[in-house]
Structures are given as C-alpha cells and as structure tokens.
Design a protein around this ligand. Structure first.
Ligand SMILES: [Zn+2]
Ligand SMILES: [Zn+2]
Ligand SMILES: [Zn+2]
Ligand SMILES: [Zn+2]
Ligand SMILES: [Zn+2]
Length: 287
C-alpha cells in the first residue's frame, strides 16, 4: 500500500502515484509501459490479472523493473508528516528519512516490554508506564525477598515463601558439606597412600645402610687384625735388631782387644746363628 496523500506537504507529481492504490508509491516497480506501482499492489494485482491496470497492455512479474533514477530521486525528496501527527508529532521530513524518524518517534505506539502486559503505550510514556505496570517484576513489599512477576503473583504467602527459601538453602548447604567431606576424604586417602609408599622406601634404605654397615664392620675387624699382626711382627723385628746390635757390639769389643788379635776369634758366632740374624735384619728392613 502506498503512502496516504494527505500526509504530503505540497504538490505530488502524478507519475509518483500508484495506479492501483492511488497513494504515493511505496517500494515502487515500473512496467515497460512506464506505469509505476507499489510492489505489494502490483504483486496482488498480477495474482488475478496479466495486464497493466492502467492501459491493459499485457504484463507479468518478470518484466517489472525498478523506477527510473530521476523519479526515485523526486520520490525520495517528497516532504511528508510523521505518521503520528494525530498524536501530536509535528515532524515533517523527506520520504527518504521518514522510516528512521518513525522508528524513534516519541509518539509511536509500542508494546509494554513486560511479557504478559497487553498495553500499547507511546514511546515517550513507556518509562512511567513500566514503573507502575502491574506486570512488572518487583520485590514483595512485605520484605520477604520474593520477586512478584505479575498480578496473579501479588497475593503470595510470605511465610511459605521464606520456608521454601530456607529449605533450599538448607539442602544447598548439606550438599556443599557432603562435597567438602568427600573431597577431604579423598585427599586424606591419597596422602595415606603416599606415606605408605614413602615408609616402604625408607625401610629399604635402612636395610641397605644396615648391610653396608655390617660389611664395613667386618672389614674394619679384618684391618684391625692385620694391624695387630703387623705390630707383633714389628716388635719381633725390633727385638731381633736389638739382639743383633748387641752381638755386633760384643764382636767389635772382642776384635779390638790386643789379646784377641789372633786369627781365631773365640766369640765369633756360629754360622747357623748368623743365618737367622740375617733373616731378622731382612725382615726388619722390609717393614
Ligand atoms: Zn499502491
Ligand atoms: Zn500501463
Ligand atoms: Zn513522529
Ligand atoms: Zn505494562
Ligand atoms: Zn512476600
């Protein structure tokens, strides 16, 4: 449907008027015969006819084209009143921008945003309507905390409401506690497992250390025995050495006295004794 002629300010060229609805063209299309129509008007016409409504020349959807550019420009520049003129809007603007104005027009009727509310209200009055709309969600005036969603809800029982709330809270807390308990239990179990593992590892370490220690002890005992033996041998060697020195001293004394300058030395040691002495000296120097 085209725009109502009464809304326009000044003269409207005949070529910009729909041949079907006689209003000013809305979303215009043009036939090859240059007659122009609103899109919705000509679509509806061609459902039952196959000719131009103005001159009866044959016509179908496929030959319809957009309006000539100069005509489109003329159409867009036409000045018209806002559709809400009767409610008080005094805006007059070009056809091109009328849609965007009407989308924001303070006088446009819009539905209340509260779901069940049937009221249509002018945009400029929306705020005050919503503030007092009986379908608005608002807290119970008795202070129970319940959100009243509509007139059917207004007579609710505050005590019952609080009781339900309390029950919900209680079950919520119980759930949370149960969760916490299970979490702690599982944490404890894993710690316990960890400790057991650690303990067995430590036990193993202790066993190892014990066996190492006993090995070392037996080694030490061996070493001590060897040392004892060495010390005994050293003492014997010392004894031998002292004995040998004694013998040598005596020998020197004997050989230096004039009386004994004969070939035979009466105190010369027998060969067997000399041999053992040599052995002892050898042992002593080896130590
Ligand atoms: Zn029309
Ligand atoms: Zn025609
Ligand atoms: Zn307006
Ligand atoms: Zn409302
Ligand atoms: Zn209440």
């Amino acid at each position: 449907m085209g725009y109502d002629m009464d809304r326009f300010v000044g003269h409207v060229n005949e070529g910009l008027i729909c041949c079907i609805c006689r209003g000013v063209l809305q979303d215009p299309l043009q036939a090859p015969c240059e007659h122009a129509f609103c899109t919705s008007c000509i679509y509806r016409w061609l459902l039952q006819h196959n000719s131009c409504p103005e001159d009866r020349q044959s016509l179908d959807l496929s030959v319809l084209r957009p309006l000539y550019r100069y005509m489109r420009n003329d159409l867009n520049q036409l000045q018209l009143h806002c559709t809400n003129k009767d409610r008080g809007c005094e805006i007059v603007c070009s056809l091109e921008s009328i849609d965007s104005h009407e989308c924001d027009c303070e006088y446009s009727q819009i539905p209340c945003p509260n779901n069940a509310c049937p009221v249509q209200v002018e945009r400029r009055n929306l705020y005050s309507h919503v503030a007092s709309c009986e379908f608005r969600a608002h807290e119970c005036p008795n202070g129970c905390g319940y959100i009243i969603l509509g007139p059917d809800d207004a007579q609710h029982n505050c005590v019952a409401e609080l009781r339900t709330e309390l029950e919900l809270l209680r079950s919520d807390i119980i759930c949370q506690m149960e969760d916490k308990k299970q979490e702690m239990q599982s944490r404890l179990n894993s710690q316990r497992r960890h400790m057991v593992k650690k303990e067995s590892l430590l036990q193993k370490d202790i066993e190892q250390l014990k066996s190492q220690m006993s090995k070392m002890m037996s080694k030490m005992q061996d070493l001590m025995a060897t040392e004892r033996q060495h010390r005994q041998e050293l003492e014997q060697a010392e004894l031998g050495k002292r004995e040998l020195l004694e013998i040598m001293k005596n020998f020197q004394k004997d050989s230096s006295s004039p009386r004994n300058r004969s070939r035979k030395a009466p105190h010369s040691p027998p060969p067997a004794r000399l041999h053992t002495m040599k052995l002892k000296i050898g042992e002593a120097t080896a130590l």
